[in-house]
Design a protein around this ligand. Structure first.
Ligand SMILES: C[S@@+](CC[C@H](N)C(=O)[O-])C[C@H]1O[C@@H](n2cnc3c(N)ncnc32)[C@H](O)[C@@H]1O
Length: 367
């Protein structure tokens, strides 16, 4: 183990470069797994610095691949680094890093979508939610197809304070397609404001800390990449179950260009839609003619609190999904038709169904 003079921090001994390692183990990037590697260690150092001070920290790196970010995390003087990698071809190269940093790097061949990190670090790291964040960090450069479902899953964990958040307000530094990073951090009224903005911001302080041009990756993806830092809030801005918030937000953003009452109305069965939407907006004190992007987290808090009360009064309301109603309507229409008629009907089904539910949904003009 080598130690640099600077503060006696741990430094990895000389190792083959990532490029040499890729050659040595023939780690051709697999397109079907959306693999794009970072080979420049100055850049991986810069990404890792965005996580804050990692000296003596316990870090969970998702998708280490050939190990560029892994090296930078180890060089930051962590107490322990746990990496979870799905592609077995990377394990020997990571093992080489582990040999160079004895006792510091734990390698798991597994899937981040199912891996249970809550059992992987010592209980002694746990903090109260209101305390400063624990010395546990999540860092990762995952394929975009994994990072978006993963962040939704982790936001839900955060709301329940379980999974990686059993340790307290665990901080995360993750890469996303630049457009997704912009959506996550978009403020009220901005063009990128979306479902993701509200879902992330009601639970966390979210900041885009770095933009990495696509050309920095090998092979080069078609888009630039944003690095986003998440710190869970001590007090979530909306105190309702995650699934309820998700439902309200999802419905509100259904028709981005329409007034918000259009999307929100779909929270209610057709028979009571008009009346219940009016009640929701009135009690929440939200202007029905605001566009979804103009709704602040505090608007969503009021909407969720009122919707929760309405669900408590009507036990069937939360389970209501307007898509089920549309499906039933389509099935009824199909009954008694011959095969040819059914085929024609099914061909038109999506547009017809949408049209039946939202008569002006095919127009661009706002309501
Ligand atoms: C975009 S590459 C980045 C590799 C490396 N971190 C870097 O920056 O050069 C994504 C990595 O995540 C891995 N990966 C993809 N899906 C995964 C999953 N579900 N669980 C664990 N690893 C995964 C891929 O095999 C690949 O090594």
């Amino acid at each position: 183990m080598a130690a640099s003079g600077r503060l006696g921090t741990f430094r990895l001994p000389p190792l083959p470069t990532i490029r040499e390692l890729i050659k040595l183990f023939r780690l051709r990037a697999l397109k079907q797994l959306s693999q794009n590697f970072l080979l420049d260690l100055r850049l991986t150092d810069k990404i890792v610095r965005q996580a804050g001070n990692l000296r003596h920290a316990h870090v969970y790196e998702v998708g280490p691949g050939p190990g560029g970010i892994t090296r930078s995390i180890l060089n930051a003087g962590v107490a322990e680094l746990l990496v979870v990698e799905k592609d077995i071809r990377f394990i020997p190269g990571l093992q080489m890093l582990s040999d160079a940093a004895p006792g510091k790097l734990r390698i798991v061949h597994g899937d981040v979508l199912t891996f249970k990190v809550e059992n992987a670090f010592p209980e002694s790291l746990r903090r109260q939610w209101e305390d400063d964040p624990p010395d546990v960090h999540i860092i990762g450069n995952l394929p975009f197809s994994v990072s978006t479902p993963l962040i939704i899953k982790w936001l839900e964990n955060m709301s329940r304070r379980d999974g990686p958040f059993t340790f307290g307000r665990t901080q995360m530094t993750l890469t996303f397609q630049k457009e997704v990073a912009e959506r996550l951090t978009a403020s009220t009224g901005s063009k990128q404001r979306s479902r993701l903005s509200v879902m992330a911001q009601y639970l966390c302080h979210v900041q885009q800390v770095l933009t990495i041009p696509g050309r920095a990756f090998v092979p080069k993806p078609e888009v630039d990449v944003g690095v986003v830092h998440f710190t869970p809030l001590t007090q979530p801005q909306i105190e309702q179950p995650f699934k309820l918030v998700e439902k309200v937000v999802l419905n509100a953003f259904q028709f981005r260009r329409k007034y918000c009452h259009r999307g929100l109305s779909m929270l209610f069965p057709k028979a009571q839609r008009l009346e219940s939407t009016g009640k929701l907006l009135e009690l929440a004190d939200v202007d029905p003619t605001l566009r979804p992007s103009k709704l602040s987290v505090s608007h969503f808090k009021s909407l969720c609190d009122v919707y929760r009360k309405m669900c408590d009064e009507d036990p069937h309301l939360f389970a209501y999904n307007f898509r089920d109603e549309l499906r039933q309507l389509a099935t009824k229409t199909l009954k008694g038709k011959n095969t040819k008629e059914r085929a024609t009907h099914l061909q038109d089904a999506s547009s017809t169904q949408v049209f039946l539910a939202y008569p002006d949904s095919n127009k661009n003009a706002s309501s």
